[in-house]
Ligand binder design. Structure first.
Ligand code: GLU
Length: 386
């Protein structure tokens, strides 16, 4: 492993990197596990944790999405090379995930960091109720200054309900936590017009502002025995990220301190989003989701919303419709005007029981601690006043 060579092409890091407040970093299996022996590349992981610690010192939130459980576990179990049966992959993941978590814990601690393991399935990122739950946990961990380390819950995910690759999972996670930057650490320093290993005319693409059919065609297929994704799933991840307002960067992880290398302007491919994560999310809530119910709020709540506050249960007088936690609902003013839309933190049944009640009474009434907000301001898109 070598440090990236400073080339004539080296530039200062893009502002999208230096200004990023919340960064999701995807780490592929091939970077973590030695291909021949299946052992963990501890020196490399230690250098990555140093970089993460530096970003945290700069006040940034960092979430890691790490593969590697199957790659580590298959060697421990002595499974043969080549494609594994689903059951074998699940067994390998069960064994490997423990080693992976252990390594993260140990090496993060050396850089003064605390890590937290989060295993997600496809449903956790697609179903809104579970999506809110997973997001809440990740947000809480970040507030508590822990570094979430996410992987797919491979031991329970079957072929039909699986991402299968952590490229797309990491893009969903980035959208879920409204990250402004997603880094895909790959075995190559970005997107090329053709596979550079086999085509000498291949050119590196430093900047993508739109994922066109031409860009998709460049990605080809690929994927190695160890990692599920190739450039193809990275481009799919790009579509998800850009749609969520997250900028994405593909760069090589085959150097020590790969994140510092980005700060130093090493060669990468940037995919730039046209909008920021907050705007993207508000558009999604306002435009794409079918509202399942209506919340009728009082004048005090209307004022609070206009001032940028969350909608508290205390300010809601009546609810209509059938909705679950995480469903989109319409917010109506006392005179019936639609004020906006948002994702309800409570299902209708629970919401009705706590309407107009004080925050301190909620846990007693429901039997669980749910918080005073019926719609958090981050989950709300208000109509602009005409
Ligand atoms: N979740 C898988 C693992 O941890 C890897 C998926 C991928 O390679 O993207 O082994």
């Amino acid at each position: 492993m070598s440090q990236p060579a400073a080339t004539a092409e080296s530039l200062a890091a893009r502002p999208e990197w230096t200004r990023a407040r919340r960064i999701v970093v995807k780490i592929g299996s091939a970077l973590l596990a030695d291909r021949e022996t299946g052992t963990l590349k501890t020196q490399w992981l230690a250098s990555l944790m140093e970089d993460v610690a530096e970003l945290v010192r700069q006040g940034k939130d960092v979430v890691l999405v790490s593969s590697g459980s199957i790659a580590l576990g298959r060697h421990k179990l002595g499974l043969p090379k080549g494609a594994l049966e689903l059951e074998q992959s699940q067994a390998a993941a069960a064994v490997g995930q423990i080693s992976l978590a252990h390594a993260y814990q140990e090496l993060a601690a050396k850089s003064g960091l605390t890590v937290a393991q989060i295993l997600l399935t496809l449903g956790d990122t697609e179903q809104r109720r579970r999506y809110l739950n997973a997001r809440h946990t990740i947000e809480t961990l970040l507030e508590l200054k822990a570094i979430p380390v996410v992987n797919e819950n491979d031991t329970v995910a079957t072929a039909e309900i699986k991402y299968g690759d952590n490229d797309r999972l990491s893009a969903r996670v980035a959208g879920m936590v409204s990250a402004d930057c997603l880094v895909l650490l790959s075995d190559i320093d970005g997107l090329y017009t053709a596979p550079p290993a086999s085509d000498p005319t291949a050119r590196h693409i430093p900047l993508v502002t739109e994922i066109t059919a031409e860009i998709e065609a460049m990605a080809g297929d690929a994927g190695t025995e160890l990692s599920k994704g190739g450039m193809k799933t990275k481009i799919e991840a790009g579509k998800i990220a850009l749609g969520a307002g997250t900028n994405m960067v593909i760069t090589t992880g085959k150097v020590l301190n790969p994140l510092r290398a980005i700060s130093e302007g090493s060669r990468v491919s940037w995919f730039l989003a046209k909008q920021d994560p907050v705007t993207a999310k508000k558009r999604w809530i306002a435009g794409q989701l079918e509202p399942r119910g209506t919340l009728h709020v009082d004048a005090g709540a209307e004022k609070a919303l206009a001032a940028g506050k969350s909608l508290l249960v205390a300010g809601v007088k009546r609810v209509d419709g059938e909705f679950e936690r995480g469903d989109a609902v319409i917010i109506r003013a006392p005179d019936g005007r639609e004020l906006g839309r948002g994702l309800s933190a409570y299902a209708r049944g629970d919401a009705e029981r706590i309407l107009g009640r004080k925050s301190s009474e909620i846990a007693d009434i429901l039997g669980f601690e749910g918080g005073p907000e019926l719609i958090h301001r981050n989950d709300m898109a208000l109509n602009t006043r005409k």
